[in-house]
Design a protein around this ligand. Structure first.
Ligand code: ATP
Ligand code: MG
Length: 429
């Protein structure tokens, strides 16, 4: 192999000296691992040379654990934007800590990392089975969120004061980078604090993870918007339905929503640049041929057509230009200029999608992520996220998960299927 294989080694706090209080479960042994490569061609060099192929540690309850659960407190924090299923994860973590391990002090930090800094004065919420009873039915996060950095030293001060042994961070790449800094600071002080991330990114853009929670619900809801756009478009002469979807750097929501019922005629994603002239020409042809058109555009698509972004939010994320309204105005202007009457309906369902409760499949996924996160923390893993790979739950080091974003490969099978579904040309240029 001429490129370096990823290092899947997960940090451990120390030896697992306590027997797990869990009964009647199928324990995972430390030797159980999931192969990283599943394609024969990728495995062949390892088979030929007898080298160990790269593999990921498997999630699940261990027979022996690092912490004595009867003595510890645990914390949960949610950061960044809203994502369906966040409350399900909070519920699963709480119930697993409570019922599987007998932990009685589970603190829910309020307002993201701000709540992990004592001087901000947001008292943590004591989470019990009663408190989390029906939260899975609610969208958003009962703990609320915030953006903006906090000092790791101040956060670890408060974790130590509260006796937190395991901190669960539910958030995106920013949160995971923050989580890694907390783990580093705890290690520097020689404090055995486990930091376990549950990746929350509606865009499903985390490397080394096949799925993240909320994505399926997002595609469900996005399709409702596309259905509306299609209905509007077919209800008018030269009707155009334009839907802006989430996807800052990776267009997975737009791509999968395009595959639902194949109602989308143009799918525009950040990974595949296009020119305005090429797109408008294709749109003209489509209207001439079929009399209506549906466009799904990811928020990060076509940024090169807009003035360069200069603003950032409190966490340092660059504020994107609004490709949705830009395309709306450009399409209207173009057809006005060539004297063709169109009816364009623009739909931006982003906040509606983000605030949905999880659908059933996502909810079950959240429960399993939560359980696996608790098992990982209990056996002293740290600075890792719970992932899934080839239908199994895995432990992935934070440094790998945040190394680079997962993106659609414009030469890959997903994009090829999108093109086969829309009929749009490979390059709209
Ligand atoms: P989203 O996908 O919604 O953006 P996110 O977790 O990336 O989720 P951010 O607001 O970017 O959301 O970050 C969440 C928290 O993590 C914020 O408090 C932010 O200041 C902090 N954070 C972001 N980047 C870093 C970093 N490099 N180091 C330490 N903390 C960070
Ligand atoms: Mg972010």
């Amino acid at each position: 192999m001429n490129h370096q294989e990823p290092d899947f080694n997960v940090e451990r706090l120390g030896e697992c000296r306590f027997p797990s209080p869990m009964r009647g479960v199928r324990f995972t042994t430390d030797g159980e691992r999931i192969l990283y490569h599943s394609r024969y061609q990728e495995m062949r060099p390892f088979i030929d040379s007898g080298r160990e192929p790269p593999s990921m540690e498997m999630g699940g309850p261990r027979e022996r654990i690092f912490f004595d659960p009867s003595t510890i407190a645990c914390g949960i924090v949610t950061c960044g934007g809203l994502c369906p299923g966040t409350n399900d994860v909070i519920r699963a973590l709480t119930l697993s800590l409570y019922h599987h391990y007998g932990v009685r002090r589970v603190y829910g930090f309020r307002y993201g990392f701000e709540g992990v800094v004592k001087r901000h004065g947001h008292s943590p919420l004591l989470l019990t089975p009663e408190v989390v009873d029906r939260i899975g039915e609610l969208g958003g996060t009962i703990l609320a969120s915030s953006r903006g950095p906090q000092a790791p030293s101040e956060m670890v001060d408060y974790l130590e004061e509260l006796g937190i042994a395991i901190l669960f961070t539910i958030g995106g790449d920013g949160t995971l980078k923050g989580a890694a800094k907390i783990a580093e600071e705890a290690a520097r002080r020689g404090r055995p604090i486990s930091v376990i991330g549950i990746p929350k990114t509606i865009d499903n853009d985390v490397s080394f993870l096949q799925n993240t929670f909320g994505f399926e619900t997002a595609v469900d809801e996005a399709h409702r918007a596309i259905y509306a756009a299609h209905t509007e478009a077919t209800g008018a002469r030269n009707g155009i339905g334009l839907v802006k979807l989430m996807g800052r750097d990776s267009g997975f929501i737009a791509a999968y929503s395009t595959l639902v019922n194949s109602q989308v005629n143009f799918c525009l994603v950040p990974e595949v640049p296009f020119t305005l002239a090429g797109f408008l020409k294709s749109l003209e042809e489509r209207l001439a041929l079929r009399g209506h058109a549906v466009i799904a555009v990811a928020e990060g698509a076509g940024q090169e057509l807009l003035p360069a972004a200069t603003e950032s939010d409190a966490s340092g994320n660059v504020k994107l230009g609004d490709i949705g309204t830009f395309l709306r105005d450009a399409i209207n202007g173009h057809f006005r200029a060539i004297g063709t009457e169109i009816t364009l309906k623009y739909i931006d369902p982003s906040y509606i999608i983000r605030s949905q409760p999880a659908n059933s499949h996502d909810s079950a996924f959240c429960l399993l992520l939560g359980h696996n996160a608790v098992h990982a923390g209990m056996c002293g893993r740290t600075c890792m996220v719970v992932g899934n790979w080839n239908q199994q739950f895995t432990h992935v080091p934070i440094r790998l998960a945040t190394h680079q974003r997962k993106k659609i490969d414009p030469k890959g099978r997903l994009w090829s299927s999108v093109l086969a579904s829309t009929g749009q040309s490979r390059e709209i240029d």
